[in-house]
Ligand binder design. Structure first.
Ligand code: UT7
Length: 330
């Protein structure tokens, strides 16, 4: 246990909300379009279905719906928020940011709003960034959103990628609150972010505004990503344990990025986390990139698993490579 430090500002979760587009596509339906099978997808990834954005739905409309739900849950309105961060790699437009579109949708004209791009690690990066703002005292209430429409970036002829992803958005509202500076405080207790650009070609799009003047499509060396994933995420989770003096046994819930059930199970096993404490939604949502962790949190909140005071570890790894963890007392 870490010794008590001077009083500090903690980023405490005030509310959560999610939005999934109503269109659901099962593996069997996908197998009618590309050369794949329900068996292959389930065995290699754990995915059974995914939600896909429909006509008129974009990352900003998903993000706004999630933001409104999170604000309702917190009993707050846009006017109470002074920081909006949207983690996304699939913005509606190159600019303006999705965050300013959300701000407009909420009728906000104060505070600061920006997007953050760290692909599948985006939500962990956004939570860590918001926490730095709130802990410094510069901002008081943050809306942190993970929102993606990866379906718009997929090559629907490429079976090695198109079966893996889904669309969705989810959000948390954080409020700065004074804590004791111990691990018993509510709020974000620690966060650990890393990246290694040597791997930036392994998971990428083959286009972009400056390189090609197009959006491009997802290209991935799945085996290479898989090979690095478990080591990277367990490293940053171990960092969070080391700095707080907490252990896998102290965790109530482990809410990893939802890319592949095999990666999730191997990471939990390596960390010594009881499988009963692992929240898995990849089967229902597929990989929704920056939205996957807040979507998984929203499911575990809605079904009563995550409760006030619970110790929750989130972690992710994604394109770049980027990876990170954050330990939150709910
Ligand atoms: O969010 C962070 C980033 N993403 C990830 O974390 C994804 C990490 N990677 C993975 O999850 C896995 O590597 C995949 C699920 C993408 C692939 O699983 P794998 O066990 O690594 O399979 P593989 O790429 O080694 O492919 C095995 C075989 C290949 O056939 P051959 O060469 O053995 O004849 C593929 O062509 O499976 C074939 N294959 C498919 N077959 C049916 C690849 N995709 C499909 C498919 N349906 N959709």
């Amino acid at each position: 246990m870490t010794p008590p430090q001077r009083r500090c500002l903690r980023s405490v979760v005030r509310g959560a909300g999610a939005y999934l587009p109503p269109t659901v596509v099962t593996n069997r339906e996908l197998a009618e379009r590309v050369d794949t099978s329900d068996d292959w997808i389930v065995q290699r990834t754990g995915i059974t279905r995914r939600h896909l954005a429909g006509e008129g739905e974009t990352t900003s409309t998903l993000a706004l719906a999630a933001a409104e739900a999170a604000l309702r849950d917190a009993g707050l309105s846009g006017a109470d928020i002074d920081l909006v961060i949207v983690a996304t790699s699939t913005p509606d437009y190159t600019f303006p940011s999705v965050a300013t579109q959300v701000q407009a949708g909420l009728g906000m004209h104060g505070g600061v709003a920006f997007d953050l791009q760290a692909v599948c690690s985006g939500f962990v990066f956004a939570v860590a960034t918001a926490d730095k703002f709130l802990a410094s005292g510069s901002h008081r209430r943050a809306l942190v959103i993970g929102a993606e429409t990866f379906s718009r970036l997929l090559d629907w002829e490429d079976r090695t990628t198109c079966v893996l992803f889904g669309d969705g958005a989810a959000a948390l509202v954080f409020e700065a609150e004074e804590g004791e500076g111990t691990v018993h405080d509510r709020g974000v207790l620690t966060s650990h972010l890393r990246s290694d650009g040597r791997h930036c070609d392994k998971l990428r799009t083959d286009g972009g505004p400056s390189a090609t003047g197009t959006v491009g499509q997802v290209r991935m060396n799945g085996r290479d990503v898989f090979r690095h994933a478990v080591g990277m995420v367990t490293d940053v989770v171990t960092d969070a344990f080391a700095i707080t003096g907490l252990t896998a046994r102290d965790l109530d819930w482990f809410v990893p990025h939802q890319a592949n059930r095999r990666i999730i199970e191997a990471s939990a096993e390596k960390l010594g986390i009881d499988p009963a404490k692992v929240v898995v939604t990849v089967d229902q949502h597929a990989n929704t990139s920056a939205a996957s962790i807040p979507l998984a949190l929203s499911v575990a909140l809605a079904d009563g698993r995550i409760r006030r005071g619970d110790l929750v570890m989130i972690e992710a790894m994604g394109g770049g490579f980027t990876w990170g963890s954050a330990l939150i007392r709910w």
